[in-house]
Design a protein around this ligand. Structure first.
Ligand SMILES: Nc1ncnc2c1ncn2[C@@H]1O[C@H](COP(=O)(O)OP(=O)(O)OP(=O)(O)O)[C@@H](O)[C@H]1O
Ligand SMILES: [Mg+2]
Length: 520
């Protein structure tokens, strides 16, 4: 049938975001059962860690996975965070694109694990889609309430459908959130939930995580430090990273009375002198009301803003793991013969602050297969998929590890009993897709990773040459020991001295040498 505009109009309607993701769940990372189960654990644990950190609470997280059907698993994640107010629970869990961490254009924000307000509700959507069961939520807010509900998402409207609500007073000190879901999945040990939790524990040594496996056994990743990470600060956008549409939007919605106050209060690193310079260059008076500024004037302003010299953005919006904590984290999970870490100074890509950290552990635990284990992190969250497409992998594979005593073919990972932890902390991590598994290869990011890799590589080489030297010296002493009987006999014959006495002198000399080598 040929459709005219009138007929087409009858079919045209608004599509809700939930409906869209219901059909396109692969865009959120739910494209296979093993990944889906991992995503459910990951999204809730990330939320718990974010919430605890913001509330200044040392995280205590409980995760359990139980097999309840052929390919159906019940996942529970419970935390000791601040909890969620009862009015907010349905919206944060039953509505996609609802959250506290998304910052619109014109605000750069601060580092957090969550970015867009989709993670939790996406898992709930996937669960209801694959098992038809609601999510069971409990929230305790200290001194206020204990709220319980079962919840679905109405995908037509992207609104929560709450069932079995229960509210009681929370007279206790207890606080936190507990979520239980039933979803279709597959439990994997390699690159599965347990490995994810282990890697999370390494990068977040201030967290304690207990995991109950589907077979009922449990493992606790113990807290390695009681020191909470320093809370990152919120920052304003830096003029170098702004686009024209954003500037126009900011101008139109600004509450500032003049262009001068707009420029000096809405951006980072832009003071009065810089504002005067911009105004002069763009020929736009500082006394104008931001609302009056035309598109053409905005274009000139932007050009001027991006051509004058400004300081780099501040970096207290970042929360790196820290060298000491990386070392603690690696030592906690691996038997390390040698371990080192480096936190590079913060820098920027597209005017967005970021920082690279690398930890390297030489460990007996990987001696058997001799393979390097690369653990990638973005804002302290382990990345499991799309390794080959990730800037971290590319930078490590492109570093010349042969210079540092490892076997290596350029373009692939080096070989050696090594755990290499690479962390990118940024206010905005440039993921290559919504699944948040691989970082885009901005040249500035690649460069920073390589600089850090070279530094830990140099330290590794020093350690390996030390071992090699020791091995060589020990071998020489052993050779001497092996022939010491013959030497004693020959010396005794030549010097006419008692064999026992010669033996004492020779052994004394060997032991002295050994003592020198080992600093005894
Ligand atoms: N365990 C929790 N404790 C306290 N608040 C929480 C918890 N889990 C989620 N929230 C709140 O619910 C919001 C929505 O969570 P959701 O995972 O959907 O999005 P997000 O974490 O903001 O971003 P992303 O989609 O990148 O995960 C969060 O922004 C946070 O405000
Ligand atoms: Mg989240």
């Amino acid at each position: 049938m040929i459709k005219d505009a009138e007929l087409l109009a009858k079919e045209q309607r608004e599509i809700s975001i939930s409906e869209f993701f219901e059909k396109n769940r692969h865009l959120l990372g739910f494209d296979n059962p093993a990944k889906a189960l991992l995503m459910a654990v990951k999204e809730f644990v990330d939320n718990s860690l974010d919430a605890c950190e913001e509330a200044g609470i040392l995280p205590d997280i409980f995760v359990s996975i139980k097999k309840v059907g052929e390919d159906v698993f019940r996942v529970t994640v419970r935390d000791n965070g601040p909890g969620i107010l009862k009015e907010q629970v349905p919206k944060v869990f039953g509505k996609l694109l609802y959250g506290s961490k998304f910052r619109g254009l014109g605000t750069t924000g601060k580092q957090s694990r969550g970015q867009q307000g989709i993670g939790a509700s996406a898992c709930i959507l996937y669960a209801q889609l694959t098992t038809g069961k609601p999510a069971q939520i409990e929230s305790w807010v200290k001194g206020k309430e204990h709220y319980k509900c079962a919840l679905f998402i109405d995908t037509r409207t992207n609104e929560p459908l709450v069932e079995k609500e229960e509210i009681v007073e929370n007279g206790l000190e207890k606080h936190g959130v507990s979520i239980t879901l039933e979803l279709k999945g597959m439990y994997r040990t390699v690159k599965g939930p347990e490995e994810y939790l282990k890697e999370t524990a390494i990068a977040n040594p201030h967290a304690q995580i207990t995991f109950v496996r589907p077979d009922g056994t449990r493992i606790t990743f113990k807290r390695g430090t009681d020191k909470l990470p320093v809370l990152p600060k919120e920052i304003k956008p830096h003029p170098y990273g702004i686009e024209l549409g954003t500037l126009i939007k900011m101008l139109k919605s600004s509450s500032s009375k003049t262009l001068l106050s707009f420029l000096t209060t809405k951006f980072s690193r832009l003071g009065i002198n810089a504002a005067k310079e911009i105004s002069k260059m763009a020929k736009v008076p500082l006394s104008l009301h931001p609302y009056e500024i035309t598109r053409e004037q905005a274009e000139k302003l932007l050009k001027a803003m991006q051509s004058i010299k400004l300081q780099r953005p501040p970096t207290d919006c970042l929360s790196p793991i820290g060298e000491e904590e990386i070392i603690k984290g690696l030592k906690k999970e691996y038997k390390c013969d040698f371990v080192t870490a480096i936190s590079r100074p913060a820098t920027i890509y597209r005017a967005i602050p970021f920082q690279v950290e690398i930890g390297l552990a030489y460990t007996q635990d990987l001696k058997q297969d001799g393979q390097i284990k690369l653990i990638r992190y973005a804002n302290k969250v382990p990345l499991f998929y799309q390794q080959g497409e990730c800037a971290i992998y590319k930078a490590i594979a492109d570093t010349d590890w042969r210079r540092y005593g490892l076997q290596h073919t350029r373009g692939s990972l080096p070989i050696g009993p090594i755990v290499l932890l690479v962390h990118l902390a940024s206010v905005w991590v440039p993921f290559i897709s919504e699944g948040k598994q691989a970082i885009a290869s901005y040249p500035e990011i690649i460069k920073e990773i390589k600089l850090a890799a070279n530094e830990v590589g140099r330290r590794l080489k020093k350690y390996l040459s030390g071992i090699e030297r020791k091995r060589y010296k020990e071998m020489r002493i052993k050779v001497f020991e092996k022939y010491s009987n013959e030497v004693v006999k020959a010396l005794s014959a030549l010097t006419n001295q008692d064999e026992k006495k010669v033996c004492e002198i020779v052994m004394h000399s060997i032991n002295e040498r050994r003592g020198e080598e080992y600093g005894k």
